[in-house]
Ligand binder design. Structure first.
Ligand code: GTP
Ligand code: MG
Length: 365
């Protein structure tokens, strides 16, 4: 059993991941931004990503006639912003942009400056999008709320909310923020991130608002995006129609090599053996069995291509993220010449697996 798992996780030297990466890039969880010129869309992206305005400006690539896309992070993207341009035009046709947003895992964000009641173009766009019935989550962001006197603010917010409700119905969330306060913080940042995370879980993974208590966690934070990216590739490989696909273990093997490299630990069979050993034989067994089931389900026609493939994608994302997380933990202590406890490894894996599965965007709720 152990040898089998090792073989499956340590296949050919350098698997070709091109197709998985291409698929992944085309299907990134997407945050679609609508709003008038000057509403604060670009500022919102800066706040969320920590990028400068120049970086945000340079990172966008024209995508459709009316929208530009920003894959974030640019090198190994795990999500995508779609920024709609020119929403001053009343005849905006969202058709092409609707095609562009990912088929799975996407969210629509409308940004309105609190003191701007003239929103006819945005409302017309929303009404058209609503008719297509493809969007499950809408978040209305009231921006620049601190520019208004407190006595006006509530009335302005209520007014714009009613305008949205009139074309969209009651099924949306709203949050009042200010991206540019005097002390440089963002007013209501925590609420904003929590709301976004509920809509598009991967956002909670890339926005590090919670702070890291240990050096090990800080180290992981620097490679976390890469782990997420590999997890995305793994789930992509489940969704590519069957022929010639690269296996999830091959992607995980590549991830382990890369992580070991970054922690300055030599990666060979004995290191791998030791890592799996700390996870316990029951882990290895369960892990191996799950991979087997996953492969099977995928090749059952119809079921495998639809329900099965999507469920498998969530599983692969979760297992890859979980494995990446515990590997970093293991590598950190190994590089210091310290041993890790099996309990800590297994607890950490469980927690990370759950988080990863949710962040895949393929899991309902
Ligand atoms: N005080 C304050 N200023 C803001 C806020 N959000 C955006 N701004 C400012 O408003 C201006 C326009 O913001 P952008 O983020 O560029 O607006 P946009 O929606 O990207 O506009 P377009 O790209 O033209 O569609 C900038 O000068 C921002 O600094 C906010 O919450 N508070
Ligand atoms: Mg902009």
């Amino acid at each position: 059993m152990f040898e089998q798992l090792k073989d499956s996780i340590n296949p050919g030297k350098n698997p070709d991941l091109t197709h998985a990466h291409e698929f992944q890039r085309k299907h990134l969880p997407t945050l679609w931004l609508l709003g008038k010129t000057g509403a604060g869309k670009s500022t919102f992206i800066q706040v969320l990503t920590g990028l400068s305005s120049i970086e945000v400006g340079n990172g966008f690539a024209p995508c459709t006639r009316t929208a530009e896309a920003y894959n974030f992070p640019r090198e190994k993207p795990v999500m995508r912003f779609l920024d709609t341009r020119g929403l001053g035009e009343a005849d905006y046709d969202p058709e092409a942009d609707l095609e562009e947003i990912g088929k799975l895992g996407h969210a629509l964000v409308v940004v309105m400056k609190a003191d701007e009641p003239e929103q006819s173009a945005v409302l017309a766009a929303l009404s058209r999008i609503r008719k297509k019935n493809k969007i499950s989550h809408l978040l209305l962001i009231h921006s620049a709320v601190l520019l208004s006197e407190e006595k006006d603010r509530k009335r302005q917010i209520t007014f714009n909310e009613h305008q949205v409700e009139a074309v969209w119905g009651e099924n949306f969330s709203a949050v009042a923020v200010d991206f540019e306060t005097e002390d440089g913080s963002v007013y209501n940042y925590g609420v904003l991130v929590d709301t976004l995370e509920a809509m598009l879980p991967v956002i909670g993974m890339i926005v590090d608002s919670k702070g890291h208590t240990t050096v090990e966690e800080r180290n992981f934070a620097t490679v976390k995006n890469e782990v997420l990216w590999y997890a995305g590739s793994a789930s992509a490989s489940d969704l590519i129609p069957a022929v010639g696909l690269v296996s999830v273990p091959a992607i995980q093997a590549k991830m382990l090599h890369s992580l070991a490299n970054q922690y300055g630990v030599e990666w060979d069979n004995s290191a791998f053996r030791e890592l799996i050993g700390t996870l316990g034989s029951s882990f290895a067994l369960r892990y191996g069995v799950k991979l087997g089931v996953r492969e099977l389900v995928k090749f059952i026609p119809v079921y495998g291509q639809t329900v099965g493939a999507v469920a498998a994608a969530a599983m692969s994302f979760g297992t890859t993220y979980g494995l990446g997380r515990v590997t970093c933990y293991y590598l950190y202590y190994k590089s210091k010449g310290e041993a890790v406890s099996e309990q800590a490894m297994q607890d950490l894996y469980k927690e990370a697996f759950k988080k990863g599965k949710a962040a895949s965007g393929y899991e309902k709720n």
